[in-house]
Design a protein around this ligand. Structure first.
Ligand SMILES: [Zn+2]
Length: 490
């Protein structure tokens, strides 16, 4: 922003409401009525009233005339941004609150903050408006709060090894009640589960665009999108989440933290129904004994996505198989999207401990897997980190808008239980030390820094932008390597 040149003439106050109240204060202190002042300065009462109520900014000539009449100077009236006294301060606050979109949306009549409004009523109204504003803000949560609450929840789950036995049991009983004994939970069973809760599942093609499902509590109906995807994981999951909402008796969340906690509970319960503990353990224990654990098999045995399989594995791995684990979902731009660990792997984190949106080490499997062309099987590698060596297995995939990778990793000592342990790929990572992979090659940087201009993508992560290198929001190492690779031969 250009700075304003120094000026001898006072500039209009940035806040007309405060200026108006200062004028009124000065006028009443001088013992003048609005009419008397209007006559003295050659204006009208309606004009001055607009000025005093902050609805119109006075021209400098009028301001000068007012100042002279009430025995002060324009500079004095404009000098301070502070309201002249408590009453004026409250009147300004009430005026401002009543002009806000939040208040307008309520359709409640306004109160004129005039002299006849008692001081205690004024205090009370302003306090109520303050509380209304605070509640509205609490409900939308700033990105900083969202990150903080996310981190809290993740650390809480880490301390429980990502395992909630009460919910596991609840889900086991529920699926058993409709005759489930193992393998993929069928759509038919899901429909029976719904019936037990008094619901009928109805597929419709005109769900409101902002919803995933709608439940009619009065008529006992769960409306889902059309059942056109054969074996679609999504539909079973959506139906189960609607039911879980009923089972847990969730109230409308009072805060963003409550909202996230409820979502987490629903997701956990849904995962427990789609991959019930007893069936999962029977499968995983056999595989472990055969030293043939693989997320792709776990996924296929239960008819779920790779993401769900790896995430579900983290629920049971430590508590039941004695294996500490980490899980990473990464985007192709290198940012961590979701993560969990209880094996000490140094996930990238910001100063507050939040991991979402942080750039992952370029040498980790979660990113190295993107470079591979043949993606028919999982990609395995050992990675040496400052916290020890980890074996990781990564599957890449494509969602509607971007490529992503799902990684399940374990400390070196536990690699022996997994298919892919024989991989000869080994990478060294010293992240978060910047010299690991975040400092561009000095020669490439010298060659390109002044001769390039990459334009950053807007990052889809709601939680944070990627930290910047030389160019805001851009991975400069990647940019220089790209330029070098595409530069015409000298
Ligand atoms: Zn690195």
């Amino acid at each position: 922003m250009p700075s304003n040149p120094p000026s001898q003439t006072p500039r209009p106050a940035s806040d007309p409401l405060v200026l108006g109240r200062r004028i009124r204060h000065a006028r009443t202190a001088a013992g003048l009525t609005l009419r008397a002042l209007a006559e003295a300065v050659g204006s009208t009462t309606s004009q001055l009233s607009l000025v005093e109520n902050g609805r119109r900014e006075p021209r400098l000539s009028l301001l000068t005339a007012i100042a002279e009449t009430v025995g002060t100077t324009p500079a004095e009236l404009l000098s301070s941004q502070a309201p002249p006294d408590r009453r004026a301060q409250l009147e300004i606050a009430l005026e401002r609150a009543q002009r806000s979109p939040l208040f307008a949306a309520l359709g409640v009549p306004t109160v004129r903050p005039g002299r006849r409004l008692p001081m205690d009523a004024l205090e009370s109204l302003v306090a109520l408006h303050g509380e209304l504003d605070r509640r509205a803000r609490a409900a939308i949560a700033t990105p900083e709060e969202a990150r903080r609450i996310n981190t809290e929840l993740r650390l809480e789950m880490q301390s429980r090894n990502n395992y909630v036995p009460e919910i596991e049991e609840l889900a086991e009983d529920f699926v058993r009640s409709v005759g489930y004994t193992g393998g993929a939970l069928t759509h038919h069973m899901v429909a029976q589960m719904a019936e037990r809760l008094g619901f009928t599942i109805i597929h419709v093609d005109d769900l409101p665009h902002s919803t995933r499902t709608v439940t009619d509590l009065e008529n006992g109906r769960i409306y889902l999108p059309p059942a056109s995807i054969p074996g679609g994981y999504g539909l079973r999951s959506l139906a189960l989440q609607s039911m879980a909402h009923r089972i847990f008796g969730h109230e409308n969340p009072a805060s963003y933290g409550d909202f996230l906690r409820q979502r987490q509970e629903l997701a956990y319960f849904t995962a427990c129904c789609l991959v019930p503990r007893f069936a999962a353990l029977a499968f995983l224990e056999t595989k472990k004994t055969a030293k043939d654990l693989a997320m792709e098999d776990f996924r296929d045995a239960f008819g779920i996505t790779h993401h769900s399989a790896a995430q579900r594995f983290t629920n049971l791995a430590t508590a039941h198989l004695g294996i500490p684990v980490h899980f990473i979902r990464a985007n192709s731009d290198g940012a961590l999207y979701r993560g969990y660990e209880n094996d000490g792997v140094p996930l990238p984190a910001d100063a507050s401990g939040a991991i979402e949106g942080q750039p992952l080490c370029r040498r980790w499997a979660a990113r190295a897997a993107f470079a591979r062309r043949n993606r028919t099987t999982e990609f395995s590698q050992y990675t040496d980190t400052p916290a020890g060596t980890y074996w990781c297995s990564t599957q890449t995939g494509t969602s509607t808008d971007a490529e992503f990778s799902i990684t399940l990793g374990v400390p070196f000592a536990h690699a022996k239980w997994f298919r892919g342990r024989e991989t000869t790929r080994r990478a060294q990572s010293t992240c978060p030390d910047k010299s690991c992979c975040r400092r561009p090659d000095p020669e490439l940087a010298a060659r390109w820094r002044e001769k390039s201009w990459p334009s950053a993508k807007m990052h889809a992560h709601v939680l944070s932008p990627l930290p910047s290198g030389t160019f805001p929001g851009v991975d400069d190492t990647e940019v220089y390597e790209f330029l070098q690779a595409h530069a015409p031969e000298a």
